[in-house]
Design a protein around this ligand. Structure first.
Ligand code: AMP
Length: 168
């Protein structure tokens, strides 16, 4: 009996502690694409209308703004566009991205855990986190990516548990 419990514990423990194991690098790997290359960005001088079209075309919620040397200079999400339009009306669409983007961007690294970035997004109330390596942008994680990773993980665990029960 004790032996059986040990083997159940051995099976379950790594799964219970998924947060400690899953890293931003796992999400980036699952998303594929070349490092940084697939992060959609826009010029700070582009209009909000151009930004809205870009978000719509790529079915995404935020774009990054790269500064000198490709460094991250800001982030613009659909919420910024909505807020600008609520404040200024349709005229806001002619404003440059630099006018409304968030300059103080919170970021993560590929070594951060999924639990850490979920906590960061929840506490700060935003849904996007650029990933930096040596101050250079290598990816962008959305809350949707984190949720997908978690759901995939749960499905894999459920399947492994079904196998375990079938063969025990
Ligand atoms: P979101 O929930 O990501 O659509 O963004 C909500 C607000 O937070 C917008 O004003 C964004 O510009 C801002 N924002 C989004 N992501 C970040 C981030 N990583 N760091 C700082 N601000 C952000």
């Amino acid at each position: 009996m004790a032996h059986e419990l040990d083997s159940v514990r051995e099976f379950l423990l790594p799964r219970v502690h998924w947060e400690a194991a899953m890293k931003v690098s796992d999400i980036l790997a699952a998303k594929g694409g070349k490092a940084g290359g697939d992060v959609i960005g826009i010029e700070p001088t582009a209009s909000l209308e151009a930004a809205a079209k870009l978000l719509s075309k790529h079915r995404i919620g935020a774009v990054v703004i790269r500064g000198a040397g490709g460094r991250l200079a800001g982030i613009l999400s659909e919420r910024d566009i909505v807020r600008a339009m609520a404040d200024e009306g349709a005229e806001a669409l002619t404003r440059p991205v630099a006018h409304v983007m968030t300059r103080d961007v919170v970021t993560c690294t590929e070594h951060d855990t999924c639990a850490e970035i979920m906590e960061r997004m929840t506490a700060r109330r935003f849904r996007h986190l650029p990933v930096l390596r040596d101050n250079m942008l290598i990816g962008l994680i959305s809350i949707g990516d984190v949720v997908k990773q978690r759901v995939d993980e749960i499905e894999r665990d459920a399947e492994a548990m079904r196998d375990y029960i079938r063969t025990a």
